[in-house]
Ligand binder design. Structure first.
Ligand code: C5P
Ligand code: C5P
Ligand code: ZN
Length: 457
């Protein structure tokens, strides 16, 4: 694997101009930032663009542009065996087509590692950047933000596999440190009650989703909610306060019969960017990733990219303002999905958001819906949404338990989308596709028969 990374590094060194194509989520933005910074340090000419997916329109445009070399990051594995006329390198972690173990293709799946949790797109890009120059280890913190953005810590409540090598590089380079801490989102910036209100993995029975219950719970534990006029956040609590809250949440889960395995998910490894200001959206990898999702998913990838590359002025300000909109859209999206109601079939469940949820955040909402208390966890969940081009975007999510039983959404969606002349791909636990409008029922039928076979094997 290291040799393959070195081969890609060599191809990059030999080129004079490189065009980077990356994905519009946090992993894609960090991957793009690592790639462009690596090229800048090499003194190469480079350009970059972010795309939702590699469909025919994007590929045709790239072919017409006649680039000396295209560097695909956090996508590209799906087309790795096609378009031999395009000179390319690929650093990706999505499931690969057969016969794609090619000299310009770097992907953990080709070397026996699972790209859904062992290495992200940013991580794959980072490993090549490190082969380009050993000094590039300062970019490891961006690779970790990418992995966390893709929820790669979810399976073991900590990063795993090849990701741990990157964490070690980050520590050695002085850009990253880790602590065992509460796993909920927003420890640096969210008021305490909000942190608990949105707690979803694991849900806190009787507390998650209810602001008044969160306030009452904290007051009962005699935790002050405010310091003067400012809402207190998790990171400002002292050790005893944190211990009290954690042990009470764990106890509540156990008393309600959630079991030891669920209760231990309250705690896990947190990844902190040592050079960032504590108490900001950039200090904790989870919050940094969400900040990036607020930019590129709304067509503003330049904003996220500049923040990754170190801007703490006008671009950061813009990112923070986009974050407000993103939060609002997620709350509204979740509300909308709840009202739409989930339709159940024998081997899957789905909801159709129509024009109600943007195609670029339907994946996040589908994930949140699957996590919700009322949702059946024994069936994979699909969310449909209309795209601007008059097509239909579909996002699919499953639990680890279903994956352990043989489910592979990446394979199932790739196949079903292909039959309908759409484009799909992804991982065993999370996948997506774009299909023609009106083909939803047909897609569900195809998918269902596929899933049924996977789970029967
Ligand atoms: O395109 P990409 O590979 O970057 O996205 C990975 C997707 O997989 C993310 O949307 C992430 O939320 C999802 N995922 C998940 N559960 C996991 C691992 C990944 O939903 N355990
Ligand atoms: O878009 P969504 O978050 O649902 O995507 C889930 C996973 O499927 C991501 O890893 C994404 O990159 C992948 N995907 C893909 N091809 C598509 C749509 C999504 O590989 N057409
Ligand atoms: Zn990714």
């Amino acid at each position: 694997m290291r040799q393959r990374a070195a081969d890609l590094a060599q191809r990059l060194r030999r080129s004079s101009a490189v065009h980077v194509v990356t994905h519009i989520d946090a992993d894609g933005i960090t991957a793009g930032a690592i790639a462009s910074e690596t090229l800048r340090r090499l003194g190469k000419q480079y350009t970059i663009e972010c795309v939702k997916q590699l469909d025919e329109t994007v590929i045709t445009k790239l072919l017409n542009e006649n680039h000396e070399l295209v560097w695909f990051t956090d996508l590209g594995s799906g087309i790795s065996t096609q378009y031999p006329e395009m000179n390319k390198v690929i650093t990706d972690h999505h499931e690969c087509p057969p016969d794609s173990n090619l000299s310009f293709h770097f992907n953990p799946h080709l070397f026996g590692h699972d790209g859904s949790y062992e290495l992200s797109g940013a991580g794959a890009t980072y490993l090549v950047a490190k082969q380009v120059d050993g000094h590039n280890t300062d970019l490891s913190s961006l690779a970790i933000v990418g992995a966390i953005g893709d929820l790669q810590d979810r399976r073991f409540c900590a990063l795993h596999g090849l990701n741990t090598e990157i964490v070690k590089d980050g520590r050695d380079a002085g850009v990253l440190h880790t602590i065992q801490d509460l796993r909920y989102f927003g420890k640096e910036t969210r008021p305490l009650a909000k942190l608990l209100q949105y707690a979803s993995d694991p849900l806190i029975p009787g507390i998650s989703g209810r602001e008044d219950a969160c306030v009452a719970f904290l007051q009962e534990l005699q935790i002050r909610l405010k310091d003067g006029d400012t809402w207190r956040t998790w990171v400002t609590l002292d050790k005893d306060e944190k211990r009290t809250i954690i042990s009470n949440i764990v106890q509540m889960l156990l008393v309600k019969g959630f079991g030891y395995q669920t209760a231990t998910r309250v705690l896990g490894e947190s990844y902190l960017l040592s050079r960032e200001q504590p108490g900001t959206e950039l200090h904790d990898a989870k919050e940094f990733a969400t900040l990036l999702n607020s930019t590129a998913r709304y067509g503003q990838y330049e904003v996220g990219l500049q923040v990754c590359l170190g801007d703490r002025g006008k671009w950061l300000k813009e990112a923070l303002s986009l974050l407000k909109g993103h939060r609002h859209n997620l709350v509204e999206g979740l509300q909308f999905a709840r009202e739409e109601k989930i339709q159940k079939r024998a081997h899957l469940q789905y909801f159709h958001a129509g024009d109600g949820i943007r195609d670029t955040i339907i994946g996040i909402v589908t994930n949140m819906m699957l996590n919700a208390e009322e949702t059946d966890k024994d069936l994979p969940l699909l969310g449909f949404a209309h795209t601007e081009n008059g097509e239909v975007k579909v996002s699919a999510r499953a639990t680890q338990a279903l994956v352990d039983r043989g489910l592979d959404l990446g394979v199932a969606l790739t196949k079903a989308a292909k039959e309908l002349h759409g484009a799909g791909g992804g991982h065993n636990i999370a996948a997506g596709a774009t299909i023609p409008k009106g083909k939803e029922e047909e897609f569900l039928d195809l998918l269902e028969s596929n899933i049924k076979t996977q789970l029967a094997l």
